[in-house]
Design a protein around this ligand. Structure first.
Ligand code: ADP
Ligand code: MG
Length: 262
């Protein structure tokens, strides 16, 4: 094991939403260079966990450290930290009036003073990295779902962040596009020297590219280990989740009805 500071470290973390604990006693260490899959059924708190990494949600208890420092409250320091995070949120969030290249250029225009010609070159490099250099001048509506997702990925990479965070990167994609996106995630992680956290309920598409997997259910981490250990687990919670069974130790209606409005 390495003694290097982990890229993400969560210590005895509790996260509340709407006045109740969504996650408690969360401990997790993400080593540099790894891909960690955060798995769990809908409503288990996966996106909530990501919002703690981006500083959008402050911990109710415990610590959140990202890129070697405690995530600050909303501030200049938080904005600075966020430049180190490449975030691909659920849905692409591409601006439909802008071309692929213009979408990828947005973070560069917002956060740097680079001249246009250089931005164009950097954008083409990012699009090339996701295999879409030829689609630079296409509008999102002219792209397939998988291509649009890859443009969003190129945009998340624009500022060369050391940490990539993906929230449900496969939603709405067919199996072939899903395979393309997941192998791209692995390849970018390795060739660019990134660390990646993938939040998803798509277990079978995600495990093959992950180094480590955690499963969250019933408000906490119910499994943490390698993908092979996960597949071999005889834990009833893990089994129920892997097989997508409605009946078992994971309550199907996980959220209290009063919290349903969110
Ligand atoms: P997942 O991403 O695993 O599907 P979420 O993290 O989105 O789950 O949600 C976890 C729980 O927190 C759910 O019960 C959800 O209803 C609740 N929740 C999420 N966001 C909010 C919010 N802004 N206010 C209140 N409850 C919320
Ligand atoms: Mg979610």
């Amino acid at each position: 094991m390495t003694t290097e500071t982990p890229i993400v470290r969560l210590t005895d973390l509790r996260l509340d939403r709407g006045g109740r604990a969504v996650l408690r006693d969360i401990n997790l260490s993400v080593p540099r260079g790894s891909i960690v899959a955060v798995l769990g059924p809908s409503g288990s708190g996966k996106s909530t966990l990501l919002s703690a990494l981006t500083g959008e949600l402050a911990p109710a208890a415990g610590r959140v450290e990202v890129l070697g420092r405690e995530v600050p409250r909303p501030s200049r320091a938080l904005l600075e930290l966020r430049k180190g995070l490449g975030v691909l949120l659920q849905g692409n969030g591409l601006l439909t009036d802008l071309t692929a290249a213009e979408n990828v250029a947005l973070p560069l225009r917002t956060h740097t003073d680079l001249p246009d010609a250089l931005i164009r070159r950097l954008v083409l490099m990012k699009l090339n990295a996701v295999g879409l250099r030829a689609a630079a001048d296409a509008y999102p509506r002219e792209l397939s779902g998988g291509m649009a997702r890859r443009v969003a990925l190129a945009r998340a990479l624009a500022l060369d962040p050391p940490l990539m965070i993906y929230d449900e990167p496969l939603t709405g994609l067919d199996p072939i596009a899903s395979g393309v996106v997941m192998s791209l995630v692995r390849r970018l992680n390795d060739t660019l020297g990134l660390t990646s956290i993938i939040v998803t309920h798509h277990v079978h598409e995600t495990l093959p590219v992950a180094d480590h997997a955690i499963v969250i259910a019933n408000g906490g981490i119910v499994f943490s280990g390698t993908p092979a250990d996960l597949e071999a687990s005889s834990d009833p919670l893990v089994q129920q989740f892997l097989r997508g069974q409605p009946d078992g130790p994971i309550a199907f209606d996980a959220a209290p009805r009063t919290a349903e409005a969110a």
